[in-house]
Write a protein that binds this ligand. Sequence first.
Ligand code: FAD
Length: 288
Amino acid sequence: MDVSNPSKFSIEFFPPRTQAGEAKLDTVHAELCKLNPDFFSVTYGAGGSTKAGTAQIVLRYHAAGSVCAPHLSFGGADEEEIRQLLQSYIDAGIRRLVALRGDMPSGVGASVQHHYANELVEFIRRETGDHFHIDVACYPEIHPESKSYASDVDFFKRKVDAGANSAITQYFYNPDAYFRFADYCGDAGITIPIVPGIMPIGNYANLARFSANCGAEIPRWLDKRLQGFGDDVESLRSFGIDVVSELCEDLLAGGAPGLHFYSMNLSQSVSQIWTNLDLGKRNQNELP
Ligand code: FAD
Protein backbone atom coordinates (compact mmCIF):
# COMPACT_ATOMS: atom_id res chain seq x y z
CA MET A 1 0.00 0.00 0.00
CA ASP A 2 1.21 3.49 -0.80
CA VAL A 3 0.78 5.17 2.59
CA SER A 4 0.99 8.65 1.08
CA ASN A 5 -2.09 7.94 -1.03
CA PRO A 6 -5.20 8.53 1.06
CA SER A 7 -7.71 5.75 0.68
CA LYS A 8 -11.11 6.71 -0.51
CA PHE A 9 -13.82 4.29 0.56
CA SER A 10 -13.64 2.61 3.92
CA ILE A 11 -15.83 0.77 6.43
CA GLU A 12 -15.71 0.82 10.23
CA PHE A 13 -16.41 -1.99 12.70
CA PHE A 14 -16.41 -2.12 16.46
CA PRO A 15 -14.90 -5.10 18.31
CA PRO A 16 -17.66 -7.45 19.46
CA ARG A 17 -17.83 -8.33 23.15
CA THR A 18 -19.03 -11.90 22.72
CA GLN A 19 -18.11 -14.95 20.67
CA ALA A 20 -21.51 -14.83 19.00
CA GLY A 21 -20.89 -11.19 18.08
CA GLU A 22 -17.51 -12.09 16.68
CA ALA A 23 -18.96 -14.90 14.55
CA LYS A 24 -21.57 -12.48 13.26
CA LEU A 25 -18.90 -9.91 12.45
CA ASP A 26 -16.95 -12.53 10.50
CA THR A 27 -20.00 -12.99 8.28
CA VAL A 28 -20.46 -9.22 7.91
CA HIS A 29 -16.76 -8.76 7.13
CA ALA A 30 -16.91 -11.49 4.47
CA GLU A 31 -19.97 -9.84 2.94
CA LEU A 32 -18.40 -6.36 2.92
CA CYS A 33 -15.11 -7.69 1.49
CA LYS A 34 -17.06 -8.21 -1.74
CA LEU A 35 -17.29 -4.41 -2.03
CA ASN A 36 -13.49 -4.21 -2.04
CA PRO A 37 -13.18 -1.18 0.28
CA ASP A 38 -9.80 0.53 0.56
CA PHE A 39 -9.64 -0.40 4.21
CA PHE A 40 -11.61 -1.49 7.25
CA SER A 41 -11.09 0.34 10.52
CA VAL A 42 -11.82 -1.06 13.98
CA THR A 43 -12.74 1.19 16.92
CA TYR A 44 -10.97 1.20 20.26
CA GLY A 45 -12.60 1.38 23.67
CA ALA A 46 -10.41 3.94 25.37
CA GLY A 47 -11.90 2.88 28.70
CA GLY A 48 -10.34 -0.54 28.31
CA SER A 49 -13.35 -2.75 27.65
CA THR A 50 -12.55 -3.54 24.02
CA LYS A 51 -8.85 -2.65 23.80
CA ALA A 52 -7.66 -6.20 23.24
CA GLY A 53 -10.56 -6.87 20.89
CA THR A 54 -9.43 -4.11 18.51
CA ALA A 55 -5.96 -5.59 18.00
CA GLN A 56 -7.35 -9.10 17.78
CA ILE A 57 -9.89 -8.29 15.04
CA VAL A 58 -7.44 -6.09 13.14
CA LEU A 59 -4.68 -8.69 13.15
CA ARG A 60 -7.04 -11.50 12.20
CA TYR A 61 -8.65 -9.67 9.27
CA HIS A 62 -5.27 -8.29 8.18
CA ALA A 63 -3.87 -11.84 8.12
CA ALA A 64 -6.88 -12.87 6.01
CA GLY A 65 -5.93 -10.25 3.41
CA SER A 66 -7.97 -7.13 4.36
CA VAL A 67 -6.26 -3.77 4.75
CA CYS A 68 -7.11 -2.84 8.36
CA ALA A 69 -6.60 0.30 10.42
CA PRO A 70 -6.90 0.04 14.20
CA HIS A 71 -8.24 3.05 16.09
CA LEU A 72 -6.01 4.01 18.99
CA SER A 73 -6.19 6.29 22.04
CA PHE A 74 -4.02 6.79 25.07
CA GLY A 75 -7.02 6.33 27.32
CA GLY A 76 -5.48 5.54 30.67
CA ALA A 77 -2.48 3.72 29.14
CA ASP A 78 1.12 4.79 29.67
CA GLU A 79 3.57 5.42 26.84
CA GLU A 80 5.15 1.98 27.16
CA GLU A 81 1.81 0.24 26.62
CA ILE A 82 1.12 2.28 23.49
CA ARG A 83 4.71 1.79 22.29
CA GLN A 84 4.27 -2.00 22.53
CA LEU A 85 0.94 -1.90 20.75
CA LEU A 86 2.43 0.19 17.93
CA GLN A 87 5.31 -2.27 17.64
CA SER A 88 2.92 -5.20 17.40
CA TYR A 89 1.11 -3.42 14.55
CA ILE A 90 4.41 -2.69 12.79
CA ASP A 91 5.48 -6.32 13.19
CA ALA A 92 2.20 -7.48 11.65
CA GLY A 93 2.55 -5.14 8.67
CA ILE A 94 -0.22 -2.68 9.61
CA ARG A 95 0.39 0.67 7.86
CA ARG A 96 -2.58 2.78 8.91
CA LEU A 97 -4.04 4.03 12.22
CA VAL A 98 -6.92 6.23 13.34
CA ALA A 99 -5.60 8.33 16.25
CA LEU A 100 -8.11 9.70 18.76
CA ARG A 101 -8.44 11.11 22.21
CA GLY A 102 -11.30 8.68 22.70
CA ASP A 103 -14.26 8.89 25.02
CA MET A 104 -14.00 7.31 28.45
CA PRO A 105 -17.04 5.55 29.89
CA SER A 106 -18.92 7.74 32.37
CA GLY A 107 -17.32 7.61 35.79
CA VAL A 108 -13.88 6.73 34.41
CA GLY A 109 -13.04 10.01 32.70
CA ALA A 110 -12.21 11.97 35.81
CA SER A 111 -9.76 9.40 37.15
CA VAL A 112 -7.39 9.22 34.17
CA GLN A 113 -5.25 11.77 32.46
CA HIS A 114 -6.70 12.83 29.11
CA HIS A 115 -4.33 12.91 26.17
CA TYR A 116 -5.65 14.99 23.32
CA ALA A 117 -5.39 13.39 19.91
CA ASN A 118 -2.66 15.81 18.75
CA GLU A 119 -0.44 14.47 21.56
CA LEU A 120 -1.05 10.91 20.37
CA VAL A 121 -0.23 11.86 16.77
CA GLU A 122 3.01 13.51 17.99
CA PHE A 123 3.87 10.41 20.00
CA ILE A 124 3.24 8.04 17.06
CA ARG A 125 5.38 10.15 14.75
CA ARG A 126 8.16 10.41 17.36
CA GLU A 127 8.17 6.67 17.96
CA THR A 128 7.50 5.30 14.46
CA GLY A 129 8.43 8.06 11.99
CA ASP A 130 6.47 7.84 8.78
CA HIS A 131 5.56 4.18 9.06
CA PHE A 132 1.85 4.79 9.53
CA HIS A 133 -0.70 6.71 7.55
CA ILE A 134 -2.51 8.50 10.40
CA ASP A 135 -6.17 9.46 10.22
CA VAL A 136 -7.70 11.76 12.81
CA ALA A 137 -11.29 12.72 13.63
CA CYS A 138 -12.93 16.05 12.86
CA TYR A 139 -16.39 17.50 13.34
CA PRO A 140 -18.31 19.44 10.66
CA GLU A 141 -20.98 20.23 13.29
CA ILE A 142 -18.24 20.82 15.89
CA HIS A 143 -17.20 18.58 18.77
CA PRO A 144 -19.68 18.80 21.68
CA GLU A 145 -17.00 19.93 24.16
CA SER A 146 -15.70 22.70 21.95
CA LYS A 147 -15.89 26.30 23.07
CA SER A 148 -16.30 27.62 19.52
CA TYR A 149 -16.18 26.70 15.85
CA ALA A 150 -12.83 28.49 15.49
CA SER A 151 -11.20 26.77 18.46
CA ASP A 152 -12.34 23.33 17.29
CA VAL A 153 -10.75 23.93 13.89
CA ASP A 154 -7.60 25.25 15.63
CA PHE A 155 -7.36 21.99 17.59
CA PHE A 156 -8.00 20.00 14.42
CA LYS A 157 -5.11 21.89 12.81
CA ARG A 158 -2.84 20.89 15.69
CA LYS A 159 -3.46 17.25 14.81
CA VAL A 160 -2.59 17.97 11.20
CA ASP A 161 0.53 19.90 12.18
CA ALA A 162 1.53 16.97 14.40
CA GLY A 163 1.52 14.72 11.34
CA ALA A 164 -1.97 13.48 10.49
CA ASN A 165 -2.30 12.46 6.83
CA SER A 166 -6.08 12.58 6.48
CA ALA A 167 -9.23 13.01 8.53
CA ILE A 168 -12.56 11.27 8.90
CA THR A 169 -15.55 13.30 10.03
CA GLN A 170 -18.20 12.64 12.60
CA TYR A 171 -21.37 11.71 10.75
CA PHE A 172 -23.89 14.34 9.69
CA TYR A 173 -26.98 14.51 7.49
CA ASN A 174 -26.63 18.07 6.25
CA PRO A 175 -24.10 18.26 3.41
CA ASP A 176 -23.73 22.03 3.83
CA ALA A 177 -22.23 21.42 7.28
CA TYR A 178 -19.49 19.39 5.57
CA PHE A 179 -18.85 21.76 2.66
CA ARG A 180 -18.75 24.86 4.91
CA PHE A 181 -16.44 23.05 7.30
CA ALA A 182 -14.12 21.90 4.51
CA ASP A 183 -13.94 25.46 3.15
CA TYR A 184 -13.27 26.89 6.60
CA CYS A 185 -10.53 24.33 7.20
CA GLY A 186 -8.99 25.15 3.82
CA ASP A 187 -8.92 28.83 4.75
CA ALA A 188 -7.28 27.86 8.05
CA GLY A 189 -4.48 26.13 6.13
CA ILE A 190 -5.67 22.54 6.54
CA THR A 191 -4.95 20.78 3.26
CA ILE A 192 -5.27 17.08 4.12
CA PRO A 193 -8.24 15.11 2.69
CA ILE A 194 -11.34 15.34 4.89
CA VAL A 195 -13.39 12.20 4.30
CA PRO A 196 -17.07 12.35 5.35
CA GLY A 197 -18.14 9.77 7.93
CA ILE A 198 -21.45 8.20 6.86
CA MET A 199 -23.93 6.67 9.28
CA PRO A 200 -26.59 4.47 7.64
CA ILE A 201 -30.02 4.75 9.26
CA GLY A 202 -31.29 1.51 10.75
CA ASN A 203 -32.87 2.16 14.13
CA TYR A 204 -34.44 5.48 15.13
CA ALA A 205 -34.07 5.20 18.91
CA ASN A 206 -30.39 4.26 18.73
CA LEU A 207 -29.63 6.94 16.18
CA ALA A 208 -31.39 9.64 18.21
CA ARG A 209 -29.56 8.68 21.41
CA PHE A 210 -26.20 8.38 19.75
CA SER A 211 -26.62 11.66 17.87
CA ALA A 212 -27.52 13.53 21.05
CA ASN A 213 -24.35 12.22 22.72
CA CYS A 214 -21.92 12.94 19.93
CA GLY A 215 -23.35 16.25 18.76
CA ALA A 216 -24.48 15.08 15.31
CA GLU A 217 -27.66 16.81 14.23
CA ILE A 218 -30.61 14.93 12.76
CA PRO A 219 -32.38 17.64 10.72
CA ARG A 220 -35.94 18.23 11.91
CA TRP A 221 -37.56 17.05 8.67
CA LEU A 222 -35.56 13.82 8.80
CA ASP A 223 -36.21 13.27 12.48
CA LYS A 224 -39.96 13.64 11.94
CA ARG A 225 -39.99 11.31 8.93
CA LEU A 226 -38.02 8.67 10.83
CA GLN A 227 -40.30 8.90 13.85
CA GLY A 228 -43.25 8.38 11.52
CA PHE A 229 -42.11 4.86 10.67
CA GLY A 230 -42.73 3.70 14.24
CA ASP A 231 -42.01 -0.03 14.46
CA ASP A 232 -41.84 -0.51 10.69
CA VAL A 233 -38.09 -1.13 10.70
CA GLU A 234 -37.91 -2.34 7.09
CA SER A 235 -39.55 0.79 5.69
CA LEU A 236 -37.35 2.97 7.88
CA ARG A 237 -34.22 1.21 6.68
CA SER A 238 -35.28 1.46 3.05
CA PHE A 239 -36.04 5.19 3.43
CA GLY A 240 -32.71 5.62 5.26
CA ILE A 241 -30.86 3.97 2.37
CA ASP A 242 -32.41 6.45 -0.09
CA VAL A 243 -31.64 9.47 2.10
CA VAL A 244 -28.06 8.43 2.82
CA SER A 245 -27.39 7.43 -0.80
CA GLU A 246 -28.47 10.91 -1.89
CA LEU A 247 -26.33 12.50 0.82
CA CYS A 248 -23.31 10.52 -0.42
CA GLU A 249 -24.08 11.43 -4.02
CA ASP A 250 -24.17 15.14 -3.10
CA LEU A 251 -20.94 14.84 -1.13
CA LEU A 252 -19.05 13.14 -3.95
CA ALA A 253 -20.49 15.50 -6.56
CA GLY A 254 -19.31 18.41 -4.40
CA GLY A 255 -15.75 17.11 -4.23
CA ALA A 256 -15.58 14.98 -1.07
CA PRO A 257 -12.43 12.83 -1.39
CA GLY A 258 -14.10 9.57 -0.31
CA LEU A 259 -16.56 8.13 2.20
CA HIS A 260 -16.09 6.28 5.49
CA PHE A 261 -19.05 4.11 6.51
CA TYR A 262 -19.93 3.50 10.15
CA SER A 263 -21.28 -0.02 9.59
CA MET A 264 -22.32 -0.70 13.20
CA ASN A 265 -21.25 -4.27 12.33
CA LEU A 266 -24.10 -4.64 9.85
CA SER A 267 -23.71 -5.18 6.13
CA GLN A 268 -27.09 -4.65 4.52
CA SER A 269 -27.39 -0.85 4.40
CA VAL A 270 -23.71 -0.26 3.60
CA SER A 271 -23.85 -2.79 0.75
CA GLN A 272 -26.99 -1.26 -0.69
CA ILE A 273 -25.71 2.33 -0.48
CA TRP A 274 -22.37 1.25 -1.97
CA THR A 275 -24.22 -0.43 -4.85
CA ASN A 276 -26.54 2.56 -5.38
CA LEU A 277 -23.47 4.78 -5.72
CA ASP A 278 -21.57 2.28 -7.86
CA LEU A 279 -18.59 2.95 -5.64
CA GLY A 280 -16.53 0.05 -6.95
CA LYS A 281 -16.48 1.67 -10.38
CA ARG A 282 -15.86 5.19 -9.07
CA ASN A 283 -13.00 3.93 -6.97
CA GLN A 284 -11.17 2.70 -10.05
CA ASN A 285 -12.08 5.35 -12.57
CA GLU A 286 -13.49 8.61 -11.41
CA LEU A 287 -11.82 10.07 -8.35
CA PRO A 288 -8.24 11.30 -8.54
P1 FAD B 1 -9.40 15.69 20.23
O1 FAD B 1 -9.00 16.06 18.85
O2 FAD B 1 -8.33 15.53 21.24
O3 FAD B 1 -10.45 16.78 20.71
C1 FAD B 1 -11.28 16.58 21.86
C2 FAD B 1 -11.89 17.89 22.31
O4 FAD B 1 -10.91 18.66 22.96
C3 FAD B 1 -12.44 18.79 21.21
O5 FAD B 1 -13.50 19.53 21.78
C4 FAD B 1 -11.29 19.71 20.88
O6 FAD B 1 -11.72 20.94 20.33
C5 FAD B 1 -10.64 19.87 22.24
N1 FAD B 1 -9.17 19.93 22.19
C6 FAD B 1 -8.35 19.26 21.35
N2 FAD B 1 -7.06 19.49 21.64
C7 FAD B 1 -7.08 20.32 22.71
C8 FAD B 1 -6.06 20.91 23.50
N3 FAD B 1 -4.76 20.70 23.22
N4 FAD B 1 -6.44 21.70 24.54
C9 FAD B 1 -7.75 21.91 24.84
N5 FAD B 1 -8.76 21.37 24.11
C10 FAD B 1 -8.43 20.59 23.07
N6 FAD B 1 -14.12 7.11 20.32
C11 FAD B 1 -13.60 6.02 20.91
O7 FAD B 1 -13.64 5.92 22.15
N7 FAD B 1 -13.05 5.00 20.18
C12 FAD B 1 -12.96 5.06 18.82
O8 FAD B 1 -12.43 4.14 18.19
C13 FAD B 1 -13.48 6.21 18.16
N8 FAD B 1 -13.40 6.34 16.81
C14 FAD B 1 -13.83 7.50 16.22
C15 FAD B 1 -13.65 7.68 14.83
C16 FAD B 1 -14.08 8.84 14.22
C17 FAD B 1 -13.86 8.99 12.73
C18 FAD B 1 -14.70 9.86 14.96
C19 FAD B 1 -15.19 11.13 14.29
C20 FAD B 1 -14.86 9.72 16.33
C21 FAD B 1 -14.42 8.55 16.97
N9 FAD B 1 -14.54 8.37 18.35
C22 FAD B 1 -14.06 7.24 18.96
C23 FAD B 1 -15.13 9.41 19.19
C24 FAD B 1 -14.04 10.38 19.70
O9 FAD B 1 -13.12 9.69 20.49
C25 FAD B 1 -14.71 11.48 20.49
O10 FAD B 1 -15.40 12.34 19.63
C26 FAD B 1 -13.80 12.22 21.45
O11 FAD B 1 -14.62 12.97 22.34
C27 FAD B 1 -12.85 13.19 20.76
O12 FAD B 1 -11.83 12.52 20.13
P2 FAD B 1 -10.82 13.36 19.19
O13 FAD B 1 -9.75 12.44 18.78
O14 FAD B 1 -11.55 14.10 18.15
O15 FAD B 1 -10.26 14.38 20.28
